[in-house]
Design a protein around this ligand. Structure first.
Ligand code: MG
Length: 252
């Protein structure tokens, strides 16, 4: 099932699933038992939210060989982790705010992300799929000039609005070989498949869970393929992944 999260005009926050007639409310616990069984809303009458309220976003750098090559970096022997703050999350359709006061080079990075479904700590790779609720698109927006200037990634990757995610989470999807593309103003800039990930989804979940506890709703972003490049104010950026959909955002 595909699910999304939204706010109604009456300021209720609900989960729903897109259907032909609109957004059907989901009843129950998205991390437990749930079903599409409630009211139907007109998409024009609701405000989309990031599909989950994550406590943290754990992202992985240099997880595609061709991207490591374009960055002039050696392939890592273990996953390279960094954290994007929960305050960087925005929804499908939201605006990415260009931090002109600090940066003059802001890149898109289209990525497959997964949502954790249950508390994960010291999980073995074979068991990892059972901890994943589903998959979504994420744009790991990066101030490239600050990434090279700072030793840490916190500032370059952590500005408010630097983690667009959505539009939906797909709960029934095999992440092994999904086509992934990023478009800037309609022109395709990145095009690859998740089969080229250096560290697979189960490997990442297992590895990260041996560092920190992953909580329900936490997001793991699996890294970007080659073709990263800069955005400017006024641009439209889209990340599209087979079986999930297209995440669209605007740079302001
Ligand atoms: Mg990235």
């Amino acid at each position: 099932m595909k699910f999304l999260r939204f706010e109604t005009r009456g300021k209720e926050t609900l989960y729903g699933t897109p259907e032909a007639g609109g957004i059907r409310e989901i009843k129950g616990d998205i991390f437990g038992r749930f079903e599409a069984a409630g009211r139907t809303f007109d998409p024009a009458e609701v405000r989309l939210l990031p599909p989950v309220a994550a406590s943290k976003i754990v992202a992985v750098g240099l997880n595609y060989k061709d991207h490591a090559a374009e960055m002039g970096r050696e392939l890592p022997e273990e996953p390279r982790l960094f954290i994007k703050p929960s305050t960087s999350l925005i929804a499908h359709g939201d605006k990415i705010i260009y931090p002109r006061h600090m940066s003059s080079h802001v890149d898109y990075e289209g990525e497959l992300a997964l949502v954790i479904g249950k508390k994960a700590r010291h999980v073995e790779e074979a068991d990892a799929p059972g901890y994943v609720l589903g998959y979504t698109c994420l744009n790991d927006v990066t101030a490239r000039d600050l990434q090279s200037k700072d030793i840490q990634f916190t500032r370059a990757k952590g500005f408010d609005t630097f983690a667009p995610v959505g539009p939906v989470v797909e709960t029934e999807l095999d992440p092994g070989d999904l086509e992934i593309s990023t478009y800037l103003n309609g022109e395709r800039k990145q095009h690859s498949s998740t089969k080229h990930l250096l560290f697979s989804v189960p490997r990442l979940v297992s590895f990260i869970s041996k560092v920190m506890t992953l909580l329900p709703g936490d997001i793991v972003s699996t890294g970007t393929p080659s073709g990263v490049g800069p955005m400017k104010q006024g641009d439209k950026v889209e990340v599209e992944i087979e079986g999930i959909g297209k995440l669209t955002n605007y740079v302001v």
